[in-house]
Write a protein that binds this ligand. Structure first.
Ligand SMILES: NC(=O)c1ccc[n+]([C@@H]2O[C@H](COP(=O)([O-])OP(=O)(O)OC[C@H]3O[C@@H](n4cnc5c(N)ncnc54)[C@H](OP(=O)(O)O)[C@@H]3O)[C@@H](O)[C@H]2O)c1
Length: 275
């Protein structure tokens, strides 16, 4: 079904959802010895990416914005990644059975084309995973679910040495990428040393700020569900302070006209990204 309208660059063409982002070939966009880092969010028009669940007290992506069509694009972005960058919080939620999903690429038949595509492109079956954490409060049983790929934990010099030793004794790589916190530039350097060429950041506002402040984020994909949620306990795509506004240039904009769901898919490039 061709129910995607291309708004920018302006075009009269209607497109199918499938392969809308897969055709970007993000795994081949980095210059030699470089790394392309891209982030992706879904938000309501009033900017909520998560709301506190009244029952569990956990912050979660609200069901009123999460949807299968956006998830398809999330999967396509994952398919193009050598590595995914996520937070320790994700694994804490996974251990409680509250995470949105086990990290892609999805193994259900609807995503089989993505698994095939990765094989054709000579990519590993699944992207590796980098977990950013200072506390190293990461439930091992949740990490163990990713036995089919390499998992690296990135932390700072502040991290507890005993916890580092414990993780290493379980065969997990722990890398130091900052003094008090993980720093974006050191993280990028470490990822390049691991020979990654494309990194998909799927964490929330703090890791987003870490990358933006260091000017190492290259692209931002933002789905806006055309609804308003309100609520005072929420996350948006960025919090805290950044040293200066991050300027964005619009690369593409699509309107998803599928009924009854309405949303806009935007892709931006960060114009002051340092190489
Ligand atoms: N709608 C969407 O598209 C979307 C996307 C992503 C996330 N979310 C939601 O947003 C909420 C927040 O997500 P999140 O907690 O994953 O994101 P986050 O705010 O980026 O990460 C929080 C955790 O990451 C670690 N961290 C962040 N920056 C660090 C740094 N510079 N150095 C060391 N550690 C650092 C810390 O872990 P430690 O505490 O272990 O030190 C911190 O507690 C969640 O509810 C999630 O579901 C929504």
């Amino acid at each position: 079904m061709t129910d995607i309208l291309q708004l920018y660059p302006p075009s009269p063409q209607k497109l199918p959802l499938k392969h809308l982002y897969l055709s970007l070939n993000l795994h081949k966009q980095a210059a030699p010895s470089e790394l392309l880092i891209y982030a992706n969010y879904i938000a309501s028009v009033d900017g909520r990416i998560s709301l506190r669940d009244a029952e569990s007290g956990e912050f979660m992506v609200p069901a009123s914005i999460a949807n299968k069509r956006d998830w398809r694009l999330y999967q396509e972005l994952a398919a193009q990644a050598d590595v995914m960058i996520t937070s320790a919080r994700y694994f804490r939620q996974l251990a409680k059975g509250k995470a949105q999903d086990l990290l892609p690429v999805g193994t259900s038949p609807e995503y089989a084309d993505l698994a095939n595509w990765r094989r054709q492109q000579g990519l590993n079956k699944q992207p590796d995973v980098v977990v950013i954490s200072n506390s190293l409060d990461i439930p091992f049983e949740a990490l163990a679910q990713l036995e089919d790929r390499r998992v690296i934990i990135c932390t700072s010099e502040e991290a507890n040495q005993q916890k580092i030793n414990q993780l290493q004794s379980l065969g997990i790589s722990v890398l130091i990428a900052g003094n008090q916190q993980v720093e974006g530039k050191r993280l990028k350097k470490l990822l390049i040393q691991q020979e990654y060429r494309s990194a998909y950041m799927i964490a929330g506002p703090e890791i987003h700020r870490t990358l933006l402040n260091a000017k190492v984020l290259d692209r931002l994909f933002l789905t806006s569900r055309l609804n308003l949620l309100a609520g005072d306990a929420f996350h948006t795509i960025l919090n805290g302070d950044i040293q200066q506004p991050a300027e964005l240039e619009l690369l593409s904009l699509y309107l998803d006209k599928s009924s009854p769901l309405k949303q806009i898919f935007a892709q931006y490039t960060l114009t002051r990204t340092e190489k």
